[in-house]
Write a protein that binds this ligand. Structure first.
Ligand SMILES: [Zn+2]
Length: 227
């Protein structure tokens, strides 16, 4: 079947690129599709991505990081800022491939007075200051909360946010006027059990991911939360 002739070539290119990247993520074992999966929220879905597995194949991560770096290559970047230690592997690959040879730093997440906050380790503070051009990198963007907090932090320091690069983001997530580049931009439809089409068809429910979360040590729960 040939593509519809009215389709914008740039949109076709994006679609092809996303398919390739999705296939790469599938090969790491992080992306599951055509399943009937129980989510921690109690909703059901046919697709799922496991954050802990997305950067387990070094050569894939390097390739994907280079694609993000290439996208941001026209902009000078002084520092690549990882949203946290979990996104550091990807962030390293982006920083390594960017022509500006940026330094690599990361934020730390925490809670303060019951509110989520992010901060920069004190050792990094001289690397991000007035006039620094910062590229933010995250692996999977779900709500964008951490990134929005980091953007505010960078701007409070007088530094300039060049953009946000990520492997995956939910289509609806935007960051004001900041350029966002995601290798895959995708939403999973999720269903309440009573409205789930897979339940209706009698497809067995896969509760593997919820069971796995329940077995994690409490100290790792925070790191695995969607950001
Ligand atoms: Zn269901």
């Amino acid at each position: 079947m040939s593509p519809a002739p009215s389709k914008d070539p740039a949109a076709v290119e994006t679609e092809v690129r996303e398919k390739i990247h999705l296939e790469i993520l599938k090969r790491t074992g992080a992306y599951h599709s055509n399943d009937h999966i129980l989510l921690p929220s109690g909703h059901h879905t046919a697709e799922y991505i496991e954050k802990t597995l997305v950067t387990t194949e070094p050569s894939f991560t390097e390739g994907l990081g280079a694609v993000i770096a290439k996208h941001f290559a026209p902009w000078p970047v002084d520092a690549v800022l990882s949203t946290g230690p979990a996104a550091l592997i990807l962030s390293h690959c982006v920083a390594r491939a960017h022509p500006s040879r940026p330094v690599l730093v990361y934020g730390t997440k925490g809670l303060s007075g019951g509110k989520r906050r992010v901060s920069l380790p004190v050792e990094f503070q001289r690397l991000i200051r007035a006039g620094t051009h910062v590229l933010l990198i995250e692996d999977l963007v779900s709500s964008g909360t951490t990134l929005n907090l980091l953007i505010s932090l960078v701007e409070q320091l007088g530094a300039h946010v060049v953009g946000v690069g990520c492997l995956w983001r939910r289509t609806s997530v935007e960051f004001d006027d900041k350029p966002v580049f995601s290798l895959v931009s995708r939403d999973f439809p999720t269903y309440a059990p009573e409205e789930c089409p897979y339940c209706r068809k009698g497809v067995p429910l896969n509760d593997e991911f919820v069971r796995r979360r329940a077995h994690r040590r409490p100290s790792s729960v925070q790191e695995s939360r969607p950001s």
